[in-house]
Design a protein around this ligand. Structure first.
Ligand SMILES: NC(=O)C1=CN([C@@H]2O[C@H](COP(=O)(O)OP(=O)(O)OC[C@H]3O[C@@H](n4cnc5c(N)ncnc54)[C@H](OP(=O)(O)O)[C@@H]3O)[C@@H](O)[C@H]2O)[C@@H](O)CC1
Ligand SMILES: [K+]
Length: 471
């Protein structure tokens, strides 16, 4: 897992380490790592550091201090380094002295041309939207310059990824000690560019993880593999309650996802059986015993009783998606014994929370946590960065795979079927949701290959995604 920690946790680890080290040691480590990445970028872009034009945007705190010390290192290697302060009266004194001693200069405004801009305005001490003095500097970042953010892009909230107003968009973010949730969660995540983690010696073993991003090996360890003694019932039967006369395709796509999710069998319940069977003759039709239900894709309106019936099967895991989420009763969900996984997109999450869609989009992490808490269930919030929160609180999973091409009709139906199959195989709600999102994202990338993709191609690419994870 790639793990991210809250600012509070990082600060506590920092205090503990600082108490054991000489003053300035941590900042020196941070600045050395930052300067190394900057030098690498300059060498890649223009062949050498010597003679490069480097601009430092310098905030009033330690984030600015990191930038100044790194700037001093680049100046010593022959770069022309100009520091532009947000507030000329408040600059890290030691960093400023180091930069000056190395031949760097301070200017009141951002030069019109630069090879590299180092964003040292705000780090984990930033609060709320950028104040005007900071925003004015960000607006003047010269076009064509590579932008390196120090710790995180200024204007991005470290704990939530929220972006209130202007913010830096970086090519590379050099972060210290640990990932911060805001680097992995949109809208912040789309501002960070490539993230480089610099080890400064923080000890976070045993600290509470705020957000975790599974990697191939984590997902491989979760995926069910049939053994010699497996039969179709042991592998899990997933029941799919989906589709309507108006939306028969949703049933076909949810079943397609379920079939490729490792279930022993898929049982379909609903009015689109002909369409499902025409496509997948291996599907069982009609009610019967299942190890998990997927209920909701393409149901249309007026089918609440079917959702209620699935949820009433309290010993069997249930995934509720799309139309199934409408008017979902939190009391019923909380009363279930087996896992429940809710898979809303931002609009559905907003309806459940009684807020505007924009509120969910702007604060995805808060929204998914709130929903999971209210329903006491795992919640998978679909979107540019898919998040999965556990019902009982704790680390939220963020999906690192995926592609914007997946924002296509029916893609969510495939995901539901896939996650349902993993529930049927015995995975818990968070594991099933996050493993499904991971495979679905990879399949989307494979199917798209940089071109538009349709949902059935995503389902068809799922076996390749499984293989790539298990390799
Ligand atoms: N963690 C670690 O182990 C290590 C951390 N290190 C580094 O320290 C950084 C944290 O430094 P930090 O605590 O000094 O805070 P920082 O981010 O510089 O900002 C605070 C200043 O910003 C201001 N300000 C706030 N909000 C604002 C806004 N919206 N718009 C404008 N201004 C705003 C605020 O002003 P005030 O509220 O005081 O008026 C205050 O002056 C961290 O990110 C990393 O880079 C490394 O050196 C070593 C190891
Ligand atoms: K920054």
């Amino acid at each position: 897992m790639r793990t991210a920690y809250s600012v509070e946790t990082v600060r506590a680890a920092e205090r503990e380490l600082m108490a054991r080290l000489p003053e300035g040691a941590l900042m020196a480590r941070a600045a050395a790592g930052l300067a190394a990445v900057c030098a690498e970028l300059l060498a890649r872009g223009r062949g050498r550091v010597y003679g490069a034009r480097v601009v430092l945007l310098v905030g009033p705190g330690d984030n600015g201090g990191d930038a100044l010390y790194a700037g001093a290192r680049l100046a010593r290697r022959g770069a022309g380094v100009t520091a532009v302060p947000m507030d000329p009266e408040r600059m890290h004194p030691g960093g400023l002295a180091a930069l000056r001693a190395a031949g760097g200069r301070v200017a009141a405004s951002v030069p019109g041309r630069a090879d590299l801009v180092v964003d040292g305005l705000l780090g984990i001490g930033g609060r709320g939207g950028l104040r005007p003095a900071a925003a004015a500097l960000v607006e003047r970042i010269p076009a064509g310059a590579a932008v390196v953010a120090v710790d995180l892009p200024s204007g991005v909230d470290a704990d939530t990824g929220e972006v209130a107003g202007p913010a830096v968009t970086a090519d590379v973010t050099v972060t210290f000690g640990a990932y911060k949730p805001g680097l992995l969660t949109d809208p912040g995540a789309s501002r960070v560019g490539a993230v480089r983690l610099v080890d400064i010696g923080l000890d976070l073993d045993g600290a509470a993880v705020a957000l975790e991003a599974p990697q191939h090996a984590d997902v491989a360890a979760l995926l069910p593999v049939p053994t010699a003694s497996s039969d179709k019932y042991r592998r899990g039967v997933v029941g799919v309650v989906a589709g309507s006369e108006q939306y028969p395709g949703a049933a076909v796509l949810a079943v397609a996802g379920a079939l490729r999710g490792g279930a022993g069998a898929v049982r379909y319940v609903g009015p689109a059986a002909d369409a499902v069977l025409a496509r997948f003759p291996e599907v069982l039709v009609g009610r019967g015993r299942v190890q998990a239900w997927v209920v909701g894709p393409g149901l249309g309106s007026g089918r609440e009783a079917e959702v209620g019936r699935a949820l009433a099967d309290t010993d069997v895991p249930v995934l509720v998606d799309a139309d199934g989420l409408r008017g979902l009763d939190a009391g019923v969900v909380r009363g279930r014994r087996a896992a429940t996984l809710l898979t809303p997109h931002a609009g559905e999450a907003a309806a459940l929370l009684g807020v505007a869609r924009e509120t969910v989009e702007a604060g995805r992490l808060a929204a998914v946590r709130e929903l999971a808490g209210r329903y006491g269930a795992a919640v998978l919030l679909k979107g540019s960065t898919t998040l999965v929160a556990p019902g009982g609180g704790g680390a939220v999973r963020v999906n690192p795979t995926g592609t914007p091409w997946l924002a296509t009709a029916g893609s969510g139906d495939v995901l539901s079927g896939l996650a349902g199959a993993l529930l049927a195989a015995g995975l818990g709600g968070v594991d099933a949701g996050s493993a499904a999102a991971y495979l679905h994202g990879l399949a989307g990338r494979f199917a798209a290959g940089g071109a538009p993709v349709v949902a059935q191609e995503v389902a068809a690419a799922l076996p390749r995604a499984w293989r790539s994870v298990r390799d």
